[in-house]
Design a protein around this ligand. Structure first.
Ligand code: CO8
Length: 374
């Protein structure tokens, strides 16, 4: 028995609906124009601020995003609603996020050559869960027929990598034989589609990975997890105040501060150097340099952030083959971005090639895994 822990399969599921920048901007601008007309007198007197217009060109240039998937397109582009219309399901029905989780989990199990019997831990880890209890992970466990235990984890942008860290530790310690880490990122209900500065940032997606012992792995593409590294540093620059205490605060539980909001410029400036330093230190632990890494599966929030981080690491711009970009099609999918990049860009690596998965964002939180193809 070796001591190796591996990623043996991954799954990626996206909703059937996608929204282009142009569609999103047309709806937002129609909403903003209507708002400004309806509030013309207040805007004139200075008691209400006019809504500025958005632009598809700005979004692409400032973020690299061209489109995003949306779990439910209905409602998002309706200027009298400006939020997805997701019908409530009964308590007996599978919940929306559990369904998203299962869609990705099945694909990961298939890629890993595993069945429910091979898994004994389910971690559902993402930026938001649609309810507090029972845990989504336990609902998913039941639906997939898995024996063992499950729990939910929330670490915003680093939910996926931090959950993979937990999986790695459980397999190393011998307390689990197979861990399913699932990230059903249903971000759209938390997006403020009335806010010009953030209406374009997020997309919905679900990803999953199987982590197990190398001795039980039988799939075609197996990656040794050589080590993990995490850091957190408190920051208010990315924040959502949504929570159950709002009921007792006698405030609007869906006010603008209860949705995603950020100081995007500050995040950019502060997180890029933190992430580059974190990655360098992680590689140094293995006496490796950035030049030794064949593939960078980086967090997908902003193309300019990834370009700056890779320049700091490599001393030059990384090629798309070295550091794939998926946010153009998926947008920022909270913690799932680096997992999507891995899912779509890992099969071409050769035995012995190093790869690095890294998330960075709200918290702040940074999580990385150094892996090597078997
Ligand atoms: N259209 C046209 N103009 C715009 C728009 C728009 N949509 N938005 C802003 N502008 C204007 C601004 O008003 C500003 O005008 P002026 O110069 O006249 O004041 C100008 O464009 C430049 O604005 P910024 O300086 O804000 O633009 P940036 O170049 O900084 O780009 C970004 C803005 C894209 C937001 C950029 O700052 C960024 O990406 N920063 C990093 C953000 C980041 O990574 N955030 C992390 C997100 S959190 C996360 O990943 C998970 C959180 C949990 C999940 C949440 C689910 C909902």
């Amino acid at each position: 028995m070796t001591n190796s822990v591996v990623i043996s399969g991954s799954g990626l599921w996206n909703p059937p609906h996608s929204i282009s920048n142009e569609e999103l901007v047309d709806a937002y601008n129609a909403y903003a124009t209507q708002f400004n007309q309806q509030n013309a007198d207040e805007i004139e007197s200075g008691s209400v601020t006019a809504k500025p217009l958005s632009s598809a060109e700005f979004i692409q240039k400032a973020s690299g995003i061209r489109s995003r998937y949306c779990y439910m397109k209905d409602g998002v582009l309706d200027i009298n609603r400006m939020r997805p219309a997701i019908p409530e399901r009964s308590e007996e029905a599978l919940s929306d996020q559990a369904e998203m989780a299962i869609n990705a989990a099945k694909l990961a199990l298939e890629a890993a050559n595993k069945s429910a019997d091979d898994i004994d831990v389910v971690i559902v880890s993402c930026a938001y869960t649609q309810r507090s209890y029972p845990a989504l992970a336990i609902e998913v466990q039941e639906a997939l027929g898995i024996q063992g235990f499950g729990f939910d984890m929330l670490v915003a942008c680093s939910a996926a990598t931090f959950a993979l860290h937990r999986a790695y530790e459980m397999i190393s310690a011998g307390t689990a034989k197979g861990v399913l880490v699932i990230n059903p990122e249903l971000t759209s209900p938390q997006v403020n589609y009335c806010d010009r500065d953030s209406h374009f940032i997020f997309g919905d997606v679900s990803t999953a990975m199987v982590v197990e012992h190398a001795d039980t792995a039988t799939s075609e593409h197996v990656f040794d997890i050589l080590s993990t590294k995490a850091v957190t540093q408190y920051s208010n620059n990315i924040r959502s105040n949504f929570g159950y205490v709002s009921r007792a605060n006698d405030v609007d539980p869906y006010g603008a501060d209860k949705l995603f909001h950020q100081e995007g410029r500050k995040v950019f400036k502060e997180v890029c150097p933190m992430a580059a330093q974190h990655i360098s230190e992680h590689l140094e632990r293995h006496e490796l340099t950035s030049a030794d890494v064949k593939r960078w599966w980086l967090h997908q929030a902003n193309i300019n952030m990834n370009s700056l981080i890779s320049k700091k690491l490599l001393g030059r711009e990384a090629t798309l083959e070295e550091a794939p970009i998926v946010l153009d099609r998926y947008a920022n999918t909270a913690s799932a971005g680096s997992i999507i990049a891995f899912n779509l860009h890992h099969k071409d690596l050769q035995a012995g090639d190093y790869g690095l998965l890294c998330s960075f964002g709200a918290g702040y939180s940074i999580g990385s895994l150094l892996v090597r193809k078997r």
